[in-house]
Write a protein that binds this ligand. Structure first.
Ligand SMILES: Nc1nc2c(ncn2[C@@H]2O[C@H](COP(=O)(O)OP(=O)(O)OP(=O)(O)O)[C@@H](O)[C@H]2O)c(=O)[nH]1
Ligand SMILES: [Mg+2]
Length: 379
């Protein structure tokens, strides 16, 4: 990605712990840091508070606002970023009280999605999600969106902010309606593709999981081994939300045991609802799958919480009841290879996406899983 000429904004991060355990809260704040960095911000200070409930008007308590303001001055912060989706009222009040641009976790995620969106469908989905999020917050967002600095791709200077603000609410609504129409067209194209695949009766295996778990790496490794066509590869990278689109590839393992594998956008804790809705079409493959592979980065100390987030999001997508194999990936980073088969079972497998023996084991498990589903469905 282009990184020159980027002016990093100094960000103060703030979060409220409303009863989750300390570790979980610390993880959420760590993740907020990574999100801020991915939006070309430099986190300079962190302010946190334990509250029973988030303050309705200000998200944090009144006294805490003063502390945030002082910290922002002391650390010369350009922007304050809060670890939850702020209500329109909270956003506008905080902006007034702090007298500085205020953003929230959702805006950061939407910003990263906008930076990464490559295909027409992803761009339409992201624009629609951002406008829907912006609409009720127009007044409060104004300060934040017209702020100086930031990445050439951030909400402030990408045009999606200021330009849209010049438009009135009606124009934004009109744009959302137009985006919805265009998305319907793209969705119809996708449906044609899906029907074709269903007619071919090749099982569809959908990878899901937390961002950075290794889904695209597995896709590429299987393409490398069984398809041998570099043009069919996708982007794999150590960054949040490397993948935003769904890619489907036919994996030709021979012996009439081909299957279709889909790689899609990764999940994250507190993924905005507007985004889940906007990515409905992209995630359609997941709902239509014969088998899910939940890819987990087992070397991440927080992998259990990440699995929990993935499972919650699957339920929201109405895909929770589908047959699933849990793929504990990146096992090479935390255990010896001899452990993989010992720990694997009927519906779980430990692998390293970069090792041939792991890939062979994974393919065998996938095919067994498909056979089971297909016999149940009388495929
Ligand atoms: N050591 C090791 N690294 C891995 C393994 N699998 C993936 N990685 C690395 O993990 C990082 C993330 O991999 P991706 O495949 O891009 O992750 P993803 O799940 O597609 O992430 P999103 O697209 O953001 O959802 C990359 O730097 C990979 O090289 C593995 O089995 N072992
Ligand atoms: Mg990916």
């Amino acid at each position: 990605m282009e990184t020159k000429n980027i002016q990093y904004e100094r960000a103060l991060l703030a979060g409220v712990n409303t009863g989750t355990d300390e570790q979980e809260f610390a993880r959420s704040m760590e993740e907020l840091k990574s999100l801020a960095k991915a939006c070309y911000m430099e986190p300079v200070a962190i302010v946190t508070q334990n509250l029973e409930h988030g303050n309705k008007a200000l998200y944090v308590g009144t006294g805490k606002v003063r502390e945030i303001k002082e910290a922002a001055l002391a650390y010369d912060a350009d922007v304050a970023v809060f670890d939850d989706a702020l209500t329109p009222a909270q956003l506008s009040n905080l902006q007034k009280e702090l007298d500085m641009p205020v953003l929230d976790r959702t805006t950061l995620i939407l910003d990263i999605f906008a930076i990464r969106a490559g295909t027409r469908e992803a761009k339409l989905q992201v624009e629609s999600a951002r406008l829907k999020y912006l609409l009720p917050r127009l007044v409060g967002m104004h300060e934040a969106l017209t702020r100086q600095g930031g990445a050439s791709g951030s909400m402030s200077s990408r045009g999606a902010g200021e330009k849209k603000l010049e438009l009135d609410r009606r124009k934004i609504e009109k744009r959302i309606a137009q985006l919805n129409r265009e998305l319907k067209e793209v969705s119809a194209e996708r449906e044609v593709q899906r029907k074709k695949r269903q007619a071919a009766r090749i099982p569809l295996v959908a990878m899901v999981g937390y961002t950075n778990a290794g889904k695209s790496t597995i896709m590429n490794a299987l393409v490398d081994r069984y398809v041998k066509d570099d043009d069919k590869k996708v982007l794999e990278k150590d960054m949040l939300f490397a993948t935003l689109d769904t890619t489907v590839r036919q994996i030709c393992t021979g012996n009439n045991q081909d299957f279709l594998l889909s790689d899609t956008v990764g999940f994250i804790h507190k993924l905005p609802h507007s985004l889940i809705k906007a990515f409905h079409a992209t995630l359609e493959e997941v709902r239509n799958a014969d088998l899910l592979l939940q890819v987990v980065n087992v070397s991440d100390p927080h992998y259990k919480e990440q699995m929990h987030t993935t499972e919650e999001l699957l339920a929201e997508l109405h895909a929770a009841g589908l047959p699933m194999i849990t793929v504990y990936n990146q096992a090479d980073r935390c255990m010896d290879a001899v452990e993989y088969p010992k720990r694997s079972g009927m519906d779980k497998v430990f692998i390293c996406a970069k090792e041939t023996s792991s890939l062979e084991l994974l393919v065998r498990m996938i095919w067994n899983g498909c056979m089971k589903t297909m016999s149940v469905r009388n495929f």
